[in-house]
Design a protein around this ligand. Structure first.
Ligand code: COA
Length: 260
């Protein structure tokens, strides 16, 4: 698929996907969401991609939200479908990928932008980043998972305050809240994400994919996370990565995981 609104580049086991509509502060229109779905799916299916980084182009914004111009005249039916389709194609999709996804938040992450960052497996931010869910200032509520994932990450009280005030927090407050793991300068942001990615890549990609599934199980209705963990733990014993990891340890050498 040819992309008009995003960039996707792969190198050394990392695929970096960049939302590339800087004149609109990388706002997520329908076309961008479709392209992101395709880029994430392609990277996840590519065996040479071990980690995906999602970021925004320009110095101002990660993603400043869903594209307001696209839904300003929607009715109840259109609104529900917009949220359902977006969650299916992008937000739930990203959260449930088997390849680790790091959001490198390089500026405004508002509304759908913060929701995209929260769908990633974890987040790092530059010191100019600003985060919030301003939807109630527009007369709507977060529709791409924000009312669920923000309380999971920062606690119910802080999430309620952020959502009700439609306010923004800076990067250091976001770190204090546990919303982002690290804060660095803009120049250091992608190198930091890549450094963390290279640490992840040393480990078994199969075990990591099972760990993602087990951690996510805690947040799914009708799924018992402990049972998922037991099942996935057991499944690890049937993998080539497990044989290599334990053999390498006993032979006092570095593991060369086949990723199977
Ligand atoms: N949807 C559509 N367009 C958006 C957008 C969004 N979510 N966020 C920014 N843009 C566009 C602006 O309309 C403007 O386009 P224009 O130059 O054609 O008029 C361009 O991006 C630059 O934004 P601007 O508002 O001029 O930048 P700023 O520095 O003055 O303000 C923000 C930055 C982020 C505070 C402001 O753009 C904003 O509040 N955006 C909306 C955030 C939001 O409510 N997101 C949740 C949506 S559900």
């Amino acid at each position: 698929m040819a992309y008009e609104n995003i960039l996707s580049a792969s190198q050394n086991g990392i695929t970096t996907i960049t939302v590339n509509r800087p004149s609109k502060l990388n706002a997520l229109n329908k076309a961008t969401i479709k392209e992101l779905h395709d880029a994430f799916e392609t990277a996840n299916d590519d065996n040479s991609t071990k980690v995906i980084i999602i970021t925004g182009s320009g110095e101002k914004a990660f993603v400043a939200g869903a594209d307001i111009s696209e839904f300003a005249n929607f009715n109840v039916d259109n609104g529900g479908k917009l949220a359902a389709k977006g969650q299916e194609l992008l937000f739930d999709f990203v959260e449930n990928l088997s390849t680790p996804v790091i959001a490198a938040v390089n500026g405004f992450a508002l509304g759908g932008g913060l929701e995209l960052a929260m769908a990633a497996h974890f987040r790092v931010a530059s010191d100019n980043a600003k985060m919030g869910l301003p939807e109630v200032s527009l007369g709507v509520i977060p529709g791409y998972g924000g009312t669920q994932r923000l309380p999971q990450l920062v606690g119910k009280g802080r999430a309620m305050e952020l959502i009700m005030t439609a306010g923004m927090i800076d990067a250091n407050t976001a770190k204090d809240y546990g919303l982002v793991n690290h804060v660095v300068s803009q120049e250091e942001l992608i190198p930091l994400a890549e450094k963390i990615a290279s640490k992840i890549m040393r480990n078994s990609s199969v075990a990591i994919s099972k760990a993602i599934k087990a951690v996510n199980a805690n947040y799914k209705d009708g799924v018992n996370g402990f049972e998922t963990e037991i099942e996935e733990f057991g499944n690890c014993f049937g993998t080539e990565d497990f044989k290599e990891g334990t053999t390498a340890f006993l032979e006092k050498r570095k593991a060369e995981f086949p990723g199977k």
